[in-house]
Design a protein around this ligand. Structure first.
Ligand SMILES: [Zn+2]
Length: 377
């Protein structure tokens, strides 16, 4: 049926080539299955801690980095197939298709059981496919597909005023960013949890009280606060602070927690995965935080990022009671995810081409940090 090679050799390459040409498949067995899983797991374990950030910087997008890991995994699988092929044991290919399906499904299932990464492992290179969210449209006119919920935890509390509405959904990138930032603050400055206000509805879209928060890329985060004796204090609602860090009525006696709030901002602008476009916050609070950054000798690059990203909206709510964090479209969500500049130069990747059908003026104004209504928060 198939011609033998003219001059049979014992080289591995020709054995593989003839096995492929003969369309014969190695015989499966427990040993082969075990080695398949082992090589795949090994590849993932070795690559995951090494690749993430440097890959992002080198390859420009997280999609490219993901493809690299996938390619490495496939090469591992191919190698595992090729070795038994050399010992000439053959079986029907459907067994192998089953094995490949298992290899694909098993890691996704096991990852799905772990809602948050273990401490110390900050980077999630890509979400399991059960958690692939998608941001659609603009923050002020959009939807959220397969939104993920930020859960209350040792590091995160829901601000009670917003708990019942349950609008704690965002993209994978935003929810992971918040969890990483909350954990960072709690680890470095133990004793307080991050106070979470509203993000988006599970499916995104218009929600009352906000002009944006529609596409899973906006989050309101309450300030860390202390009592006058310096001990952390939560509140059932957002609390407004003046430029001197004192709570406004009716919350007298509370103080703005410079230390923890700066830790939070520093982490947000220096995260290695999610890319923050804005942190809307009042001018007075912004100045306090930059002074705190100078006091603790924060790295110059972090300070300049924070100074760029923190903006008091020109109209409407000056954001004296919370941070409003907005992230860029994850590259993988383009082109259905839409945004307008500015694009900060320190982030990897290329800004998207200008959108067809530019947003109406008032919408663009909102995106540029100029809310037109006092309802914006
Ligand atoms: Zn907001």
């Amino acid at each position: 049926m198939l011609a033998e090679p003219e001059a049979p050799t014992t080289s591995a390459a020709s054995a593989v080539a003839s096995a492929i040409a003969a369309r014969r498949w190695p015989k499966p067995g427990p040993g082969l299955m075990a080695s398949l899983f082992l090589s795949d797991s090994l590849a993932r374990a070795l690559l995951a801690p090494v690749i993430p950030l440097e890959a992002l910087r080198h390859f420009g997008t997280e999609r490219n980095a993901s493809m690299m890991v996938a390619a490495a995994g496939i090469m591992g699988v191919v190698a595992t197939f090729a070795i038994p092929a050399l010992v000439q044991r053959w079986r029907p290919r459907r067994v192998y298709l089953g094995a490949i399906a298992l290899l694909v499904i098993a890691p996704a299932v096991t990852q799905g059981q772990k809602p948050s990464a273990p401490a110390g492992k900050e980077i999630s290179l890509r979400p399991p496919f059960t958690q692939r969210s998608r941001s659609v449209g603009f923050p002020w006119e959009g939807q959220l597909v397969r939104g993920l919920r930020v859960r209350a935890s040792r590091y995160v509390r829901y601000v009670p005023e917003y708990a019942s509405a349950g609008r704690f959904y965002g993209t994978w990138q935003l929810t992971q960013l918040i969890e990483r930032a909350a954990r960072r603050v709690a680890e470095r400055r133990p004793g307080a949890r991050l106070s979470l206000g509203e993000l988006s509805d599970k499916q995104g879209g218009d929600i009352g009280g906000h002009n944006s928060h529609e596409s899973g890329r906006d989050a309101d985060i309450g300030f860390f606060m202390t009592r006058t004796d310096g001990r952390p204090q939560g509140s059932s609602t957002f609390v407004q602070f003046d430029a001197r860090g004192r709570a406004m009525a009716p919350h007298g006696g509370l103080r703005f927690d410079d230390v923890r709030n700066w830790e939070l901002v520093a982490k947000l602008v220096d995260d290695s995965d999610a890319r923050v476009q804005y942190i809307f916050v009042s001018h007075g609070i912004r100045q306090r935080l930059l002074r705190e950054a100078a006091r603790v000798n924060a790295p110059a690059s972090v300070v300049s990022r924070a100074a760029s990203v923190m903006v008091e909206p020109a109209h409407g709510n000056p954001h004296r009671s919370h941070f409003h964090v907005r992230i860029y479209c994850p590259p993988s969500d383009r082109p259905s995810c839409l945004e307008v500049g500015p694009y900060w130069a320190w982030y990897p990747g290329t800004p998207p081409a200008p959108q067809d059908g530019a947003p109406p003026l008032e919408r663009a104004a909102l995106a540029l940090g100029m809310p037109l209504s006092s309802a914006t928060n």
